[in-house]
Design a protein around this ligand. Structure first.
Ligand code: FA5
Length: 345
């Protein structure tokens, strides 16, 4: 009997052909796994052929069919392996595609939907002021917000009970000696600290937060910012002060702005002046005080007034920011309303 044409052999051949075809057309690794257990399992077509082995009496025919069954199983496994590789490659590519994140799209949508934070107008103004003064040859210094009476008043030529102390509505900090510790009412105490610490000549600006017992309105805040300036050198005159203020005005506000000094009074400067700037439309706005450093103040800073002279100034930063950005009311700058802050970049 020819084994190749026996019914079992034919059955095996068609089971193999069908099996290989379905392996090749399987569409996923999971499908393939299920299919393989059906094809090679106890209930599969090949198992049925295998089961008929026992019925064959012809030894050669049995051997031939047995090895044909093994060959068929091997062939199925190798077809499955090939298909499995193809499927895994396709599935991996698909996974990559589905998990792909389009960064361009994200960046674009972030630009249109997410709000970016910005620095507060006063911070922006402070940084610009520092830049302008650094450009004019000044250095930056800072001092404490909680000050002693000595630095805030006494060293600035205001001994206890001096009437000029009432120029500023002072907030006091509880302390052992009542009234000896204050929230600084201006940045002028930093002048004394700088004179005590830095050997002259001194060209310094000192920005910072100051505190006064005031009711907020369009031009007043109880907490606001000043920038103090101090120049100490030999032979400094009032003309140097006026020139510095004019250079600063043009550098900060633009060439259309000019400055003027009006006689005024501060206990720590003599003579003293109020500093105004003139807008291009001709109106004036008061920005700060200034003057020649009083000899008592030079002494409190450890300097000899016969050797050194100098000028000082103190401007309100919040009012400058307000002016620069055309804001009507200082309180708007502290409202924390994004619709307001978003307008300024
Ligand atoms: C002083 O504070 C002096 N220490 C300035 C000075 C320094 C004079 C050095 C001479 C030499 P005055 O109190 O005027 O001065 O305040 C200075 C500036 O701070 C004002 O011109 C104004 O621009 C600003 N300012 C004052 N009070 C407030 C406030 N409540 N809110 C916002 N800005 C204010």
């Amino acid at each position: 009997m020819s084994t190749s044409s026996s019914p079992e052999m034919q059955q095996l051949a068609s089971a193999l052909a069908e099996g290989v075809a379905s392996i090749r057309s399987s569409t996923s690794s999971d499908d393939l796994r299920t299919l393989m257990s059906a094809l090679t399992g106890k209930k599969g077509a090949i198992a049925t052929v295998k089961a008929s082995l026992g019925k064959l009496t012809d030894i050669d025919a049995r051997k031939a069919l047995g090895s044909a069954v093994n060959d068929a199983l091997n062939e199925l496994h190798s077809a499955a392996e090939t298909r499995s590789r193809e499927l895994r490659t396709a599935e991996f590519a698909e996974q990559i595609q589905s998990e792909r994140v389009d960064m361009t799209e994200l960046a674009l949508s972030a630009r249109t939907t997410q709000r970016r934070g910005r620095m507060h107008l006063v911070t922006q103004a402070t940084e610009r002021l520092e830049d302008v003064f650094i450009g004019l040859g000044f250095q930056i210094a800072e001092g404490p917000e909680v000050e002693t009476d000595f630095y805030n008043f006494e060293a600035l030529n205001m001994p206890p009970s001096h009437p000029a102390r009432s120029m500023w509505d002072t907030l006091f900090i509880e302390s052992d000696v009542e009234g000896s510790v204050v929230l600084r009412t201006h940045t002028s105490p930093v002048q004394i600290r700088v004179m005590q610490e830095w050997p002259p000549p001194i060209y310094a600006v000192m920005p910072g937060r100051v505190f006064r017992k005031e009711t907020p309105d369009a031009t007043h805040m109880p907490v606001f910012h000043q920038i103090e300036g101090l120049v100490i050198d030999r032979g400094i005159t009032f003309a140097d002060l006026a020139g510095t203020i004019e250079s600063f005005t043009k550098a900060f506000f633009g060439s259309g702005f000019t400055s003027r000094l009006r006689p005024s009074y501060f206990p720590f400067t003599e003579p003293s002046a109020e500093f105004d700037i003139r807008r291009p439309d001709g109106s004036w706005i008061e920005l700060g005080g200034c003057g020649m450093v009083h000899p008592h103040v030079l002494r409190a800073g450890g300097l000899d007034p016969n050797e050194w002279s100098g000028f000082a100034f103190g401007f309100g930063i919040d009012r400058m920011a307000k002016e620069r950005h055309g804001v009507n009311d200082l309180r708007d700058m502290y409202s924390d309303d994004v619709r307001f802050t978003e307008q300024f970049s």
